[in-house]
Design a protein around this ligand. Structure first.
Ligand code: ZN
Length: 317
């Protein structure tokens, strides 16, 4: 897969058509979007592009009202921090403070251990596959990046601590949380394939999972997209970009998923990368991703023709 990830909503038919044509002209074969329509998919197929619809685990008002106990719970102080930072601008929380992610995710996520959440997520997968060629799971993690503290998850940890091997509380928490995340990926992968065996199931490993930042290798998917270069400056040294890509490739188990390098480039003034730098990152991505890569975001490439040119030239090589 050579994919462009469009984070922003594509609001009109014209914007969606332009996006498809733009991605095809870059030499890519996949567009990940939250704005898929049947018309867009039809146009994409004419240009040999597959449309992948994003699926998120965020709560909405209906779910929250119907199943308040099926939401992720953080520790009390983390909820307090969340209340404070939800009033801060996105830029202040991330780009301007050198943070990949804020201290906690200021969003409400479904707890993956509840049957009501699992049913809701399966429904979201079905809706996505009604239209698109595949799904991309995004946001599948914990709001505090390590665990949920709802009653059900607390019980799971208690049960695990009563079983051998004899582990510390912190080890058990990491282990149970990891099981939760690998289970929900397996559940949605199987569900997608039961609807359409040819559906592509991919993701972006985000938010981080602090007990194991390389957890992506364990997620059952066709393609597991993992960050080798993040959106905000200062950019990692290219040696680190290559080190991350090499480590993710080393951990890859082709029976579980194929590793796909993810390159994030933001469009804000002062955040934009040079075409030379982007070309080097793409070179590293193609080397360790066996020719697969994801570049995000679409609108950065649309806004800066020199970056689009760097992608096109790099993919032609
Ligand atoms: Zn929970």
């Amino acid at each position: 897969m050579k994919a462009v990830w469009a984070i922003d909503r594509l609001r009109t038919d014209t914007e969606r058509e332009q996006a498809v044509d733009f991605v095809a002209d870059l030499g890519c074969n996949m567009l990940v979007t939250n704005s898929a329509t049947t018309e867009m998919v039809a146009r994409a197929h004419k240009r040999n592009i597959q449309i992948i619809a994003t699926v998120f685990p965020y709560s909405d008002d209906d779910f929250e009202n119907a199943h308040p106990h099926s939401l992720q719970k953080m520790r009390e102080f983390e909820h307090k921090v969340s209340d404070i930072i939800s009033e801060q601008s996105w830029l202040r929380l991330h780009g301007e403070s050198y943070r990949w992610q804020s201290f906690v995710l200021p969003r409400t996520l479904l707890c993956f251990e509840h049957p009501e959440s699992q049913a809701e997520l399966k429904k979201r997968v079905e809706r996505a596959l009604d239209i698109a060629d595949g799904i991309a799971l995004d946001g599948f993690g914990f709001a505090n990046y390590y665990a949920c503290f709802c009653d059900r998850c607390e019980t799971l940890r208690k049960e695990a601590s009563a079983q051998p091997p004899d582990l510390s509380d912190i080890e058990i928490m990491g282990r149970v949380s990891m099981q939760t995340l690998t289970d929900v990926h397996r559940l949605l992968y199987d569900h997608a394939k039961s609807i359409d065996p040819n559906a592509i199931v991919t993701n972006h490993v985000w938010p981080h999972f602090l007990p194991d930042e390389y957890i992506g290798a364990k997620y059952k998917l066709d393609y597991c997209t993992q960050t080798i270069s993040w959106f905000y400056p200062p950019e990692w040294r290219l040696e680190r970009v290559e080190m991350e890509a090499a480590e993710m490739k080393r951990l890859e188990n082709p029976e579980i998923n194929r590793f796909v390098p993810f390159i994030g480039i933001h469009d804000l003034p002062g955040f934009v990368r040079t075409p030379e730098r982007l070309a080097r990152e793409i070179e590293i991505a193609l080397k360790y991703g066996d020719g697969n890569l994801v570049i995000s975001r679409l609108n950065t490439l649309q806004k800066y023709p020199e970056l689009a040119r760097a992608v096109r030239d790099s993919l032609k090589k």
